[in-house]
Design a protein around this ligand. Sequence first.
Ligand code: DC
Length: 648
Amino acid sequence: MDFLDLPPLTAAQGTIRLPGSKSISNRVLLLAALAEGETELRDLLESDDTARMLDALRALGVGVEALGDHAYRVRGVGGRFPVREGSFFLGNAGTAYRSLTGVLALAGGNYTLTGVPRMHERPIGDLVDALRQIGADIAYLGNTGYPPLEIRPASIRPGGVVRVRGDVSSQFLTGLLMALPLTGVETTVEVVGELISKPYIEITLATMARFGVPVTRSGWQRFSVPAGAVYRSPGVLHVEGDASSASYFLALGAVGGGPLRVEGVGRDSIQGDVRFAEALQQMGARIELGDNWIEARAPAAGRLRGIALDCNHIPDAAMTLATVALFAEGPTTLTNIASWRVKETDRIVAMATELRKLGVTVEEGGDFIRVHPPARLADLVPAAIDTYDDHRIAMCFSLAAFGTPLRINEPNCVAKTFPDYFERFTAVTAAVPVIAIDGPSASGKGTVAARVAAALGWHYLDSGALYRLTALAARRAGVDWDDEAGVAAIAAALDVRFAEDSIRLAGEDVGETIRSEEISAGASRVAALPAVRQALLFRQRAFRRAPGLVGDGRDMSTVIFPDAATKVFLTASVEARAERRYKQLIEKGMPASIQPLLQDMRERDERDSQRSVAPLQQSADARLLDTTHLSIDQAVAEVLRFSGQSPR
Ligand code: DC
């Protein structure tokens, strides 16, 4: 899937059972593999990042059996991998790459660790330097300080003090600590520089403790792994829900009303990112915590408030605050986020770039970002958001759909940690409603649709006008109507403004011009070009704004708004339609006679229903409204009745 269009949202409510924590899943997989005994892991995250770890462990000869329903049985190897050589591809899974580097450096085999190009731009030198202090033999296969790495058997000189830098990524300390029990002797790790992302070290220590290795620490500077430490299976282990993934849903509750409850993390979580809930609370959201759940609701009165926050304790979840900031009063400043720069992408740059596409003012610096919300939500600009192969960018920006229709490019990147994110997202959100009206020409669908929109105070989309405007703009630019790529480019760049009583193309009122016979013929030609329809897809969806949209046109209920709550196929006998067209022409003082009109209409119906691109068809879930014997008022009343909406 190249893109996913999210409709603008009106509310969020419900309960989400979270997928397992990525941080915990990849740690417990590795420790279960190294341990003595069999471990049954329950609620393990099943995603790209854990798949990379599972692949590597299996290739190392570890017996791993999927038991179904997110449970796995891992037969531990007791500290020694049966396979002594191999090359492992770890994608962009930082948790897998760093921890396997540590463990394999002490494993006495020949191993090569590679990843996606971005993984090869993410630093690992601090970990390699630390491992070399105890004799590890590690070579850089690309740039010094970065993956890919080659690991060779080495005589490890265990014990003593190992120094590791802690101010770039906490994963270096994690990789080192998890590996050290393999040496069998007491080793002390000294952290050089201020340790960032401390909560992730807490997860490391807690999981090592579950596998029988108590690490003692004094402050965040010195850590001791005891002599004779051996990983032992805890038997059965439940993986907590992912607290970072929880942040998107808690934010949904805070922005979209709620209550939105996430299950799988709560008060007793070992994941630092649960403190995201406190940040939301500071912004005015109402938060409730249980042992194993957290629930978020919008403020009791008024809007969320912008905050200034040092985010060192919630580096991943903090990204979510950057999009929640769109809905707050006053700017939000997130500081101490330098680690964003070495993640799946440079997240400070990515965040700022994509927020600006929404028409928002953003300031950024070496280690901070400040988001100024729009004066009014309606000022947010519909935009196509690039995701940089970064799951969190995709998930964070889904929140912006509360302000505007949105396109998320390459949405499948969420598979890194949350493969069915968007399905779950859709299940707990309500979208701005759409009434989609289709039907043959001269059925009166345009008139009825516009009248229904006026009655409800909703927006109105005359999709045919977009094809007419495209035909006109192409003609003016000297582009042939059959030049598919050329016309599609014109359609994509169309500068149109729809107002109460005018349609402007590049500033000029063309409301009359686009109704001419010549442009009608051109519209019908360009509308048959798939690339043109594709180019107008998001533009049409962008008309969907609160409180609602009535759209009329050929594929309104099938392609443009398949989720429309009300779909109507408006028709009338061909005789009645010819008669209506005849009256229209006579009223305009134009010459007309009924027989040729009837003939013309029959042929057009035939052509329209036979054409391969967007043929005229009643979609299976549309309600048929035959207006042969109805007045316009009656037809409008019927559509309103179908929709269940009351006129204002
Ligand atoms: O509804 P209209 O006559 O203004 O439409 C102009 C042309 O565009 C007509 O040939 C039908 C075509 N059209 C389409 O293919 N898909 C739409 N959604 C709307 C119109």
